[in-house]
Design a protein around this ligand. Structure first.
Ligand SMILES: [Zn+2]
Length: 118
């Protein structure tokens, strides 16, 4: 597979609409993301049911095209919005964490940051 230089890498969240779980995919188009998910991820539905969402605020230029198996990497780069049972960058506790300004932090720490601003 050859990649043209002008093809910009993007982060996609590829999912089955009947399932909460989705797969982080780096590709240059939604069509390509769908193909990669079908081939490499554990997505469990019919081809026609696969949904692809382009995550606009991702930073993935330095990552290879393909399925991102590392969930922490996926949330750090903004392909996942949140993740359960992951370690917060600030308090180091295992909680549900969110992508927040390039960091991966829990809701409690986000609240603290927002309260400081007020
Ligand atoms: Zn925290």
């Amino acid at each position: 597979m050859t990649i043209k230089k002008e093809d910009k890498k993007r982060g996609y969240f590829v999912y089955n609409p009947d399932d909460d779980h989705g797969f982080p995919i780096i590709a240059t188009s939604a069509k390509e993301a769908k193909k990669i998910a079908w081939k490499d991820s554990e997505i469990d539905c019919e081809w026609i049911d696969i949904r692809v969402r382009w995550k606009r605020n991702t930073k993935v230029d330095d990552l290879p095209i393909g399925y991102v198996k590392d969930e922490m990497l996926a949330i750090r780069r903004g392909i996942y919005d949140w993740l359960e049972d992951a370690t917060c960058d600030i308090c180091n506790e295992d909680k549900t964490v969110e992508h927040y300004n390039g960091k991966v932090i829990c809701g409690d720490c986000i609240d603290k940051i927002n309260n400081k601003k007020e």
